[in-house]
Design a protein around this ligand. Structure first.
Ligand code: HSE
Length: 305
């Protein structure tokens, strides 16, 4: 095989209380990445979108992730990459992870699958480090594994795949920019024992709710007392989206990843669509451009197409 095309999904990370440890792959939106082998030992990157991302492989997330994989293999050839990003960079739905994960999965396929999923997450994390200045896998792991995953330990990449009941995810992406590095810098370095107890009780409740298909437990557990109070101040419309989403029947929601996108989870598509209409009303009223998506959980991660 000389070339391959993959679809790399957006991901919803944190899921409120699970900062840096929970993430879910989404069916919408996704990037398309095409990768071809070349003889020369270099990486060529081309974009067919309007985002003006760097094409120098040392400064490109996909380039950095691919290079770390090539180094591990002492690979002497090179690659030509064409990226069509549909997940806007800086949206909070795993745009950088989709680039990094998509490229390493594609290269792994082209090279006869020398690496397993966990190793692919490790290579992709080099790209994520460039994007956000920190190593976290809560977008990358679901992007590669699909479904909902728990990263119990990031340094050893102890990744646990979890089941979920049917879920509909409504996302609104107000077109404002929040850099992940900034959204991480402003977080408290220490938390009180009281907040920690509330947070880990909710994480345990949320994971139990997913595994038991208990929507009410999921709903009660979608609470974040540590990160959301700080980051939500950066996102106009946050309180209104949450309030109207709950009134429309959603289970709960909050900030998607480091924002600015917001998400609400629902049990069925009708509720998810009515949440979407409310989100549109809110941002029309605020006069802020936005994009919305209604998605389901993507059972598989990056897929060859
Ligand atoms: N868990 C990360 C954060 C996701 O919230 O900063 C963003 O990449």
């Amino acid at each position: 095989m000389q070339s391959i095309k993959v679809k790399s999904p957006a991901t919803l990370s944190n899921l409120c209380c699970g900062f840096d440890i929970l993430g879910m792959a989404l069916n919408e939106p996704y990037d398309i990445i095409e990768l071809s082998k070349i003889d020369e030992h270099k990486i060529i990157i081309r974009h067919t979108d309007e985002f003006n991302l760097p094409t120098d492989p040392k400064h490109n997330i996909a380039g950095v992730a691919l290079q770390s994989m090539m180094d591990a293999l002492n690979y002497e050839g090179g690659f030509d990459i064409i990226i069509e990003k549909k997940i806007k960079p800086g949206s909070g739905i795993g745009s950088s992870a989709a680039s990094a994960a998509g490229i390493v999965v594609a290269a792994n396929e082209l090279l006869g699958k020398p690496f397993n999923k966990k190793q692919l997450v490790a290579f992709a994390m080099e790209g994520e480090l460039l994007a956000s200045g920190s190593r976290h896998a809560d977008n990358l792991a679901p992007c590669i594994y699909g479904g909902l995953v728990l990263i119990r330990d990031t340094s050893s990449l102890d990744i646990i795949e979890l089941d979920t009941p049917p879920l509909f995810i409504t996302i609104v992406h107000p077109q404002i920019e929040i850099k992940t590095s900034y959204a991480r810098e402003i977080l408290p370095k220490e938390v009180s024992l009281k907040s920690a107890v509330t947070q880990w009780a909710n994480v345990a409740g949320l994971v139990s709710g997913f595994l038991k298909y208990d929507y009410q437990l999921i709903s009660r557990s979608l609470q974040d007392v540590i990160v959301e109070p700080v980051r939500s101040k950066l996102i106009p419309g946050f309180d209104e989206v949450k309030k109207m989403g709950i009134e429309a029947g959603a289970l709960g929601g909050g900030i998607s990843g480091s924002g600015p996108s917001l998400f609400m989870l629902s049990e069925n598509q009708n509720i998810a669509k009515s949440v979407e209409s409310d989100m549109k009303l809110i941002y029309n009223h605020l006069g802020i451009d936005y994009k919305t998506y209604v998605s389901t959980v993507a059972k598989s991660g990056v897929e060859v197409i």
